[in-house]
Write a protein that binds this ligand. Structure first.
Ligand code: NAD
Length: 317
């Protein structure tokens, strides 16, 4: 199978490409703009492989993508390309609207024009908005995003769904909880805390640090996207999560504990605007229909992640 992966030089995309090439004979075309968040070094170990090709390009560039689709016999599109950092979307939402919404639309048009067998959209639990202390979101729940990043992803989900309903494009949407693991940009909570703790710098936590996220190790999440791509029923949405709910404070404390640093490094800073209190996903559907389950436990996967950042100072510096 020939898979057109967008955003493959980013955190989840690069882990996904490695997962596919490690487990299948598929051919991967990685299409990535290499924004500040993309790092082609994430793939240097596979760049010479016969079944891998990289194009530096923008999903807003319809002509460039069309040329590739005319030449290559692509079976499947997996769209990871996005502006992905909530804080940046709060400072300036413009690029989020372009890449996350317009870019997804461009890819859907290609899927339609080239009769692509499967289009997989990587989405997020943030599209559902915030929960209080009880319950979890199911795929049928209404979307209620609260920040520009989440809103742009929700808009993209709606357009993806419309291409299924209107044109019969074979689509799936993956709504994943917070990922962590190797290759994540240091602006995100877990790498930021690891790097700051390694350097004995303060670990900044928004508000009182009590906001709750549902964490999943990136390798589990890539396995789930793969299961959806191969076995997902057309037009269906699948939540992806490991059920590891942690407050941001617990995450920071765990990292300090693993690195044997002092808890005094934790610093509470002014809260993020529209900071969602809690995300949690019900993942019965992907378990029951696709037989997928997370394999990694939070604390041991966090230890592995801390170790990866410790061993790869050159990557994050
Ligand atoms: N990281 C998470 O916890 C998480 C959770 C749920 C969903 N997601 C979604 O998963 C996807 C991947 O997230 P990530 O954390 O790997 O993001 P990332 O920021 O690490 O990587 C994004 C990649 O997309 C590329 N890119 C950005 N704009 C582009 C454009 N216009 N054209 C082509 N390439 C472009 C970047 O260069 C980068 O390589 C995103 O769609 C994100 O919304 C992420």
């Amino acid at each position: 199978m020939k898979i057109f992966v967008t955003g493959g030089a980013g955190f989840i995309g690069s882990n996904f490409i490695h997962y596919i090439l490690d487990n299948y004979d598929d051919y991967i075309i990685n299409f990535d703009k290499l924004t500040y968040a993309g790092n082609i070094k994430n793939l240097e170990d596979i760049e010479a492989e016969d079944n891998y090709q990289f194009f530096k390009g923008d999903i807003l560039d319809k002509d460039m993508m069309k040329k590739i689709f005319l030449k290559e016999d692509i079976d499947c599109i997996v769209n990871f390309a996005a502006e992905s950092h909530v804080d940046r979307s709060i400072s300036d939402s413009s690029q989020f609207i372009k890449t996350n919404i317009e870019g997804t639309h461009n890819l859907l048009k290609l899927a339609l024009d080239f009769n692509i067998k499967k289009f997989v959209q990587m989405s997020t639990d943030e599209v559902y908005g915030s929960l209080d202390d009880r319950g979890s979101f199911r795929e049928i729940d209404i979307l209620n995003p609260t920040n520009p990043y989440a809103a742009s992803k929700a808009a993209a989900d709606m357009i993806v769904n419309s291409f299924y309903k209107t044109y019969g494009v074979c689509v799936n949407i993956c709504r994943s909880s917070n990922n962590f693991g190797p290759h994540q940009h240091p602006e995100k909570l877990i790498p930021l805390c690891i790097i700051n703790a390694l350097n004995s710098r303060q670990l900044p936590l928004y508000g009182d640090g009590k906001n709750i996220r549902d964490w999943i190790y990136v390798k589990d999440s890539c396995r789930a996207v793969d299961a959806v791509m191969r076995k997902g029923k057309s037009g269906e949405i699948y939540n992806i999560g490991a059920g590891s709910e942690k407050t941001n404070l617990e995450v920071a404390e765990n990292i300090i504990e693993i690195l044997n640093r002092n808890m005094d490094l934790i610093e509470f800073v002014e809260d993020r605007k529209a900071h969602d209190y809690r995300y949690a996903l019900n993942t019965d559907k992907i378990r029951d229909e696709l037989n997928w389950e997370a394999e990694h436990k939070f604390y041991s996967a966090l230890k592995k992640t801390v170790d990866w950042y410790y061993q790869h100072v050159d990557w994050w510096e």
